[in-house]
Design a protein around this ligand. Structure first.
Ligand SMILES: *[C@@H]1O[C@H](CO)[C@@H](O)[C@H](O)[C@H]1NC(C)=O
Ligand SMILES: *[C@@H]1O[C@H](CO)[C@@H](O)[C@H](O)[C@H]1NC(C)=O
Length: 217
């Protein structure tokens, strides 16, 4: 094959790949939320911004909840991870309850209402059983997870995901759109998350989306 036809070939392959990407304009917006259970800014974001968008335009985005925040961890000789949290032991407990819920429920329509309920309560770290009751979720597997090796590994996974964020996290919550952090999106997320999700959705906008491009965004 001549160099020219190789280049041509590569070009055609790229064009085909590109048109396949273009062919899915209705791809859901992927939102990553890195937060911690007792952080006032995390609570504000989840209770106000995230929940409003969930209520209004749930069909256009997927959310990945990562409860860990500015915690740190070390591994004991026997393999168990030990965590310390920015707001102390209570926060570590709250993070673990939400980690177990997110991993066990494995379904945004169950885990987000659970996390929203806990974060709305005056004691997010101990609201688990009450929220489970309210939402008709069986709390027993979550409770079992809290003291299990599996729960410990899941919390470590949340830690790894958080630590591997680029650039390194300095402010919690961090909100990431489609896997890429941008300072502008982060700032928009805390003020007008609904608008941000709508803006990033390439398909037909739901009527609940702000009608005109909001300059205050
Ligand atoms: C490892 O040691 C810690 C502290 O002694 C203990 O709490 C934990 O259950 C142990 N983990 C395993 C897997 O045995
Ligand atoms: C979580 O759900 C997805 C799709 O809904 C499924 O593919 C995956 O196997 C589930 N994971 C677990 C651990 O149940």
């Amino acid at each position: 094959m001549t160099e020219f036809s190789t280049v041509c070939c590569i070009f055609i392959i790229f064009s085909v790949l590109n048109s396949q990407l273009d062919a899915q304009p209705n791809k859901l917006v992927q939102v990553g939320v890195y937060y911690e259970a007792l952080c006032p800014d995390s609570i504000d974001f989840i209770v106000e911004q995230l929940w409003l968008a969930y209520k209004k335009v749930r069909s256009i985005f997927e959310v990945d909840l990562v409860p860990y925040g500015k915690a740190w961890e070390k591994q004991l000789k026997n393999g168990t991870w030990v965590f310390q949290c920015q707001h102390g032991r209570e926060e570590c407990y709250g993070n673990l309850v939400q980690t177990c819920a997110v991993c066990l429920l494995n379904n945004t329509d169950l885990s987000l209402p659970f996390v929203h309920c806990a974060m709305s309560s005056s004691h997010p770290q101990s609201a688990g059983p009450m929220c489970a009751r309210k939402l008709n979720i069986d709390y027993r597997p979550i409770e079992k997870c809290l003291t299990s090796d599996q729960g410990n590994r899941w919390q470590h996974e949340m830690g790894k995901k958080t630590e591997s964020q680029k650039p390194h996290i300095t402010f919690i919550p961090r909100v990431v759109i489609n896997g890429v952090y941008s300072k502008l999106n982060q700032e928009k997320a805390l003020r007008n998350f609904l608008g941000l999700v709508c803006e990033n959705y390439k398909g037909p906008k739901p009527v609940e989306c702000p009608a005109v491009k909001d300059d205050s965004l």
